[in-house]
Design a protein around this ligand. Sequence first.
Ligand code: SF4
Length: 335
Amino acid sequence: MPGISSGRIMSARTLRSAADLAEAGLLPNAAVPAVERVGARYSIAVTPAVAGLVDRADPADPIARQYIPDAAELLTAPHELADPTADEPFTPVKGVVHRYPDRALLKPLLACPVYCRFCFRREAVGADGGVLGEAELEAALAWFARMPAVREAILTGGDPLMLSPRRLGSILGRLSAMPHIELLRVHSRVPVAAPDLVTPALAEALGALERPIYLCVHANHAREFSPAAMEALGRLQRAGVVLLGQSVLLRGVNDSAEALEGLFRAMLRARIKPYYLHQLDPAPGTARFAVPVEEGRALLRALRGRVSGLAWPTYVQERPGGAGKVPLGPAYEEA
Ligand code: SF4
């Protein structure tokens, strides 16, 4: 795959099958046949960094729950959708999603360092990489170049930090040089899930741009901020990258006021401003993670007075049909 070093996508130490997980003590042997069936449908990847965070003695470990497949994924509930955020109808050219007038997404690849069991793009992301070919990337960049109303280019995927620093730097540099692009944003799980990929070369590539760059770090539990993750985040910050936090409200991971408080405090300690707390998108086989909106609002209400305003993200939900995000409150008058 162009632009991804083999070590970036095929690390020998990343666990990629039910058998790998069982051998590492992350899956009971009895669960292997069902998880093999899950793996035939949805990609599996658990990095050494993530495997090292799992408390194997805790059957309800919030780290394991995010990444270790479960037989329940084989069941698709009637309300679940293959493309819950409806990227497809808003795709003018391959790899681009244009939903709002002033910003657009670029998805240069569909590979991730880990595969989250609740992912809203789980039908699209996977180990085969989904990297845009040279001609496809040129067409996507040409689309940005002829869209003067688009001021913000948002790299997502997949995980753009899986690209080699040279490839990523080149894409961001091309966007940054467009006169109408005022800022760049990258969405990534790499700093917490594969912090070793945040090399000095990667930080340098992100820091060398003419435009401001914001990195939205996806993390859902305080324990994801390991010493290695803190180091990776510090490297990015010193290079001039502004860090924001995005999380998903997940049953069994962060569905208590204590867990959310811990998560947002951990973000602030890492110099990350919590930005969005997402309501789970109804992707297939993710029902075990769903928390009702009213419960989400109650959790945020419970945080009032417990944490400073700096720790507050906006609680949002993607509207069906790709109509965009709507804030879910709680409203001030409800407090
Ligand atoms: S890193 Fe992001 S895109 Fe990749 S599987 Fe997790 S949630 Fe999905």
